[in-house]
Write a protein that binds this ligand. Sequence first.
Ligand code: NAP
Length: 473
Amino acid sequence: MKMLLDGEWVDRDKKINVTDPFDNSFIDTVPQASTDDAETALAAAVEGFAITKRMSVYDRAQILFKTASIIAGDLEQFARTIAREGSKTITEARKEARRTVNTLTCSAEEAKRILGETIPFDSFPGGEQRKGYYYRFPIGVILCITPFNDPLNLVAHKLGPAFAAGNSVILKPATVTPLSALRLVEAMVMAGMPPMAIQAITGYGPQIGDTLVKDERVRMISFTGGLEAGKHIASIAGIKKIGMELGSNSPVIVWHDADLDYAVESCVSGAFWAAGQNCIGVQRLYVHKDIYDTFKTRFVADTKKYKIGNKLDEKTNMGPMITEGEAKRVERWVAEAKTKGATILTGGKRDGASFEPTVLENVPEDATIHYEEVFGPTVNLYPVDDLDDAIRKANSLPFGLLAGIFTKNIDVAFKAAYELDCGGVMINESTDYRLDSMPFGGIKYSGLGREGLKFSLQEMTEPKVVCFTLPKM
Ligand code: NAP
């Protein structure tokens, strides 16, 4: 596929191969953009903003509604693109494609609800003759940098609200999964988006990133990805708005009175969805000691039913990791935990980029797999018997995206909701739940700011005050 630069779909002599991580089969190429291309994108995005800021809300919303309907009408092709270039099975990919339709539809709806308020200037002496209000205006050029694990919907989470608010965008999708992003941009242009409104630039982040991130024409960076890249970007961005959706190692507490059938089903799915490459995937399970053995037996039995394989096969439950290198990293971390005393209850083996769904217990606190974000198909079980202790352990690491608790006791649920330090607490659900329109984001190293259409629109606009001083009447 080509990239969209300065209003044209362009190719380059230097190309990047896009391959299926399951069997390394070739899918397509994308151009390898240079820093000159990044400069072109910056200049074009400024021109793009001159167009988007003058478009009516109605026109912007119609384009987003139409993009959503193009994707809805071609859902299977979008799902196949997600499944082939990334890690997801076709079933997981279809869900992502359906969510993308919802994300774009909600963005279009929210475009019509970018509101201001009147301001009571006469609430302080001297303001008697003043009347006014504030309205929200678009920020300008937004640099959107996206990860591989939701290669379509997480791009829609940036392009939808950015355009709904009247901004122009430079999109830098993950190099391993650029095709879903480019197909989304194609659909937006087909739906009537001025091509200058989006620069979709494909290339290696560490090569072209600094040129884009440092530039003062970029007024906001909306980044979703890992902590390391996030820290680098924040350190060189200068004076501009930054939104960061980073990783986590999500904790879930299973209390003694939980509905065990549902807790097991929800936590197994939450641990291994997208081969565990999921920012809200379950990584640490704190299980009450009274039900620990029963929970463990059922959890391991359900995990063993998982079938890894060809992602396009309807019967496959889990695909490979995104690269063999990533699978080797998880293999090393599991081996390190074992050396330090952890027990592997099931899984632990690698075949190419595929890593078995793996359940561990007795994981010591100094094992990497305990305190880092694994972003792979592993989960640790820990017995607990005191709620304060469970919450303290859940909060003990420097991440805080989502947390979960399974209990039928309202007091336990409320205590957890208020005392778990994170951006959201799921009661009777694993952490792997997100409604695309809810406020979504983390605290500590999990991020800065919130996404979720209405909330993204707040981040991607600024209030401007208008104050009239009237003659005395
Ligand atoms: P990543 O390696 O940090 O890459 C994310 C994006 O940043 C890619 O487009 C990458 O480009 C780009 N990038 C890397 N270095 C850069 C630099 N120096 N300057 C500019 N851009 C740079 O993350 P990933 O492996 O794709 O995704 C996994 C991470 O994302 C996990 O930590 C996960 O938790 C997090 N995540 C968070 C959320 C959330 O909403 N909180 C959602 C999904 C994922 P290249 O591909 O060219 O390297």
